[in-house]
Design a protein around this ligand. Structure first.
Ligand code: SAM
Length: 281
């Protein structure tokens, strides 16, 4: 396991690989943090785990050693080849399943359809953390639990409350399905190369009474949030007449004034809107 800057550097040299900034290649070099990710997830060993961006396989190896089946998606060809070599015995036994692809296009990697209960444990590439999460929430396959490493700012956006500057469409979709199960601050020195921003290890637990927003409503809410500071009444005018009608009824029913701004509307109120917009509209 590559758990120091010098060992990671040497491994990267052997692989003739330079960390790619655009792909968020900041590799974990802190053994305590690897174990913390696993203990925070607190999963039974028979729970399959989805990992996004296994990289050099540091976290992957520990997940496998703990007995989990791991389904992973990695975009980088060279890292894929390294993982296939390093974890060959786990691949052979079927415990490790690796897909080389873009996690945004394949948010659940190659997880078989018949697996309903699974968890996510991952040190997410920062550039795609929101896009991947959106894809996952829209995939219809919601993990029981997620323990994900994210940039601090991304965490703040995801957990933001209505009325705050960072509350956005993804905060709504995520909070309608998950609640925070724990947070752990992670200094940038835990990675090689060290990123310019600190991170957070975040546990999210799936809600019993979750509400996955349907695709057509997610598109609508995302569109509305591109002009989050405008009054909802004027934004509604850009929509089809059928959608306008439903939205006006919804505002009335929720006792919301048309001058309200999208960022002030609560998750529960957006959920009520979603329930009243049929797909065929
Ligand atoms: N899991 C490793 C660790 O903790 O040391 C690496 C984590 S590193 C922050 C992010 C990893 O995600 C890199 O291996 C990178 O190549 C991969 N990655 C970046 N963009 C990706 C994408 N769109 N789809 C799949 N993997 C991606």
């Amino acid at each position: 396991m590559a758990l120091s800057p010098s060992v990671t550097n040497e491994l990267l040299r052997q692989l003739d690989h330079r960390p790619n900034k655009k792909l968020g290649q900041n590799f974990l070099i802190d053994g305590n943090l690897v174990e913390k990710s696993i203990s925070m997830a607190d999963l039974p060993t028979n729970m399959p785990v989805l990992e996004i961006g296994p990289g050099l396989g540091t976290l992957t190896e520990r997940l496998l050693a703990h007995g989990h089946s791991v389904y992973a998606v990695e975009i980088d060809r060279r890292l894929e080849a390294h993982l296939r070599e390093q974890l060959a015995s786990y691949i052979e036994s079927g415990q490790f399943n690796l897909l080389r692809a873009d996690a945004v296009k394949y948010p659940t990697a190659n997880l078989p359809d018949e697996i309903d209960d699974f968890a996510v444990v991952a040190n997410l590439p920062y550039a795609i953390s929101s896009a991947w999460l959106e894809g996952l929430l829209g995939s219809g396959k919601l993990p029981l639990r997620m323990v994900i490493m994210l940039q601090k700012e991304a965490t703040e956006r995801m957990l933001a409350s209505p009325g705050s500057k960072t509350f956005n469409a993804l905060s709504i979709f995520l909070q309608a399905c998950y609640k925070t199960g724990g947070k752990h601050a992670v200094p940038r020195q835990c990675f090689f190369p060290a990123p310019s921003i600190d991170s957070v290890l975040l546990r999210m637990d799936r809600l019993e009474n979750r509400f996955p927003f349907p695709n057509h409503v997610r598109v609508l809410i995302r569109r509305i949030f591109t002009q989050r500071r405008k009054q909802l009444g004027s934004l509604i005018k850009n929509e089809d007449s059928a959608v306008q009608e439903v939205m006006h009824c919804w505002l009335k029913k929720q006792n919301l004034c048309p001058s309200i701004r999208p960022e002030k509307i609560s998750c529960a109120e957006w959920t009520e809107l979603a329930r009243s917009i049929p797909e065929e509209i």
